[in-house]
Design a protein around this ligand. Structure first.
Ligand SMILES: [Zn+2]
Length: 499
């Protein structure tokens, strides 16, 4: 996506001097008349804006967009409705902006301008710039890698100009938004990539390349090493596939060597057939998204390096494929985890927690100050949170607060679930230390976390279950149908503010 990416520039100029294919101007509901800047522009255009508003009853309802053809320096003035002023926030800004950018792109507009002050509401312009750039770059995302026909007809916005009265160049906000949107979009690219291409080996080669370019320390363990290290749970899950597992560890040192790292552990199941507990149709579809947590973590550490964030970070991503073969692990098997615990398998489709169990123990050995795992572990929160918010659980109040606060700033919604001890009984096994599912099937998100808790020590730990938010069924606002890049914005915001 590098060479296709839209560029942004900032221009300090009166609106009437703008020369572009389109100029976006935001309006609140009930906003009567035009402010001084717009009045000048309107006068220049012989009152075309004010008369259009009057005659066409542009109400500025949230998401409303009306384009006025002027054929002047600005060819089209686009009036964008922001809804009620009191309710306006960055979430509305992001979705309205992304939709407007998509509409212009689909209309083959290659460049356009944005009147910054009309979209910043009561917030600082620099904060609005960050959200505008992010939402345009996320909204304009398209996955076209495997299209061979009419490739030249795929449209793209080449340049967006932010028109301002301010002397600021907003370079740090634009840089941040670029790095984060690149991480989100690259995560989408990889999660969208089909499982016959994005195998553990293929991803390992890609990550090697990323680590070289970003100066990250990269260690890759292959299947033989994973077996030798006695990661019995992780190894068992990958056994049924010809695409052998890889454990990829990336390290970034942005703070002093004495500072303990923050560990991100991401589930990287490149395709989840369910194993011998084979998933039926249609649940087997889209199981390429089961690597979403690992892919997000890899692009987060790359973005941290790009932005030179003052943190030390380690990313641990176990990649494997859960397939069916004579060598596959089975229900009733008892596996010995990397930390020595025995696990009875009751369902081979609850493989994510097995893969993560060994990776979490490995993370603990690196003595981090906190561990956060990101995993498409269950879809169990669909009934309570739908696709709107991501559930998480934490053993530490401070870490939980960090996630909550990053959620508000990044606009990625999360909801904390409890890790109560009552749930521990559900995974007691008759033959081993624990079993990998609760046979009652209740409280799926919490049971998953309760299982994982056995593999972390006293280190503050949080588990983020992106099973329902990794994928979008709709093309709306910053989302496009397909992979969402879930948790990239959240984690970046948390690491940016980390103290
Ligand atoms: Zn599964």
């Amino acid at each position: 996506m590098d060479n296709k990416v839209t560029s942004f520039k900032v221009l300090k100029t009166p609106l009437e001097n703008v020369k572009d294919n389109a100029l976006l101007i935001g309006f609140f509901e009930g906003q009567t008349g035009l402010n001084a800047d717009l009045k000048k522009l309107d006068k220049e255009f012989n009152g075309i804006i004010s008369s259009y508003i009057k005659e066409n009853r542009f109400r500025a309802e949230k998401g409303e967009a009306k384009s006025i053809f002027t054929n002047k320096g600005i060819k089209n003035v686009v009036l964008v409705g922001l809804g009620e002023e009191e309710k306006y926030n960055f979430e509305i800004l992001s979705s309205v902006m992304a939709d407007a950018a998509k509409k212009l792109r689909n209309g083959e507009t290659e460049t356009f301008s944005i009147c910054l002050s009309s979209f910043s509401g009561h917030s600082k312009e620099e904060d609005a710039v960050e959200k505008i750039v992010l939402s345009c770059l996320m909204g304009l995302y398209k996955f076209t890698e495997y299209k061979t026909k009419d490739k030249d007809k795929i449209k793209n916005v080449k340049e967006i100009t932010l028109i301002t009265n301010s002397n600021k160049n907003f370079s740090s906000e634009i840089n941040y938004a670029y790095a984060v949107s690149y991480a989100v979009n690259k995560t989408r690219d990889f999660v969208n990539t089909p499982p016959n291409i994005a195998t553990p080996g293929h991803i390992a080669e890609y990550v090697k390349d990323v680590s070289k370019k970003s100066n990250l320390k990269c260690t890759i363990f292959d299947d033989k090493q994973i077996e030798k290290m006695k990661m019995g749970c992780f190894f068992a899950v990958g056994k049924g596939s010809v695409n052998k597992p890889r454990l990829i560890v990336l390290e970034y040192f942005g703070a002093g060597k004495s500072q303990k790292p923050i560990a991100l552990v991401g589930k990287g199941v490149t395709f989840d057939s369910g194993g011998l507990n084979l998933k039926p149709y249609p649940y087997i579809l889209n199981m390429k998204d089961d690597k979403g947590g690992a892919i997000a973590s890899i692009h987060v550490i790359e973005a941290c390096a790009k932005l030179k964030l003052p943190v030390n970070l380690v990313v641990i991503t176990p990649f494997c494929e859960n397939m069916i073969d004579a060598d596959s692990y089975r229900p009733d098997d008892v596996l010995t985890a990397y930390n020595g615990m025995t696990v009875e398998i009751k369902n081979t489709d609850a493989e994510g927690r097995l893969v993560l169990a060994d990776a979490l123990t490995y993370a603990c050995e690196m003595k981090p100050q906190a561990i956060i795992d990101i995993a498409t572990l269950t879809g169990a929160s669909m009934i309570t949170l739908g696709n709107v918010a991501t559930p998480y659980l934490a053993t530490d109040g401070k870490l939980s607060e960090k996630i909550k606060s990053a959620s508000i700033k990044s606009l990625e919604k999360v909801w904390e679930m409890p890790l109560w001890p009552e749930f521990e009984d559900s995974i007691k096994s008759d033959v081993a230390d624990i079993k990998n599912i609760s046979e009652e099937g209740d409280a799926g998100v919490i049971i998953g976390a309760t299982f994982l808790k056995n593999f972390v020590d006293e280190t503050p730990w949080a588990h983020i279950d992106i099973g329902t938010t990794v994928w979008s069924k709709a093309d709306k606002g910053i989302l496009t149908k397909g992979a969402t890049g879930a948790t990239v914005r959240l984690l970046m915001e948390m690491l940016r503010e980390w103290k």
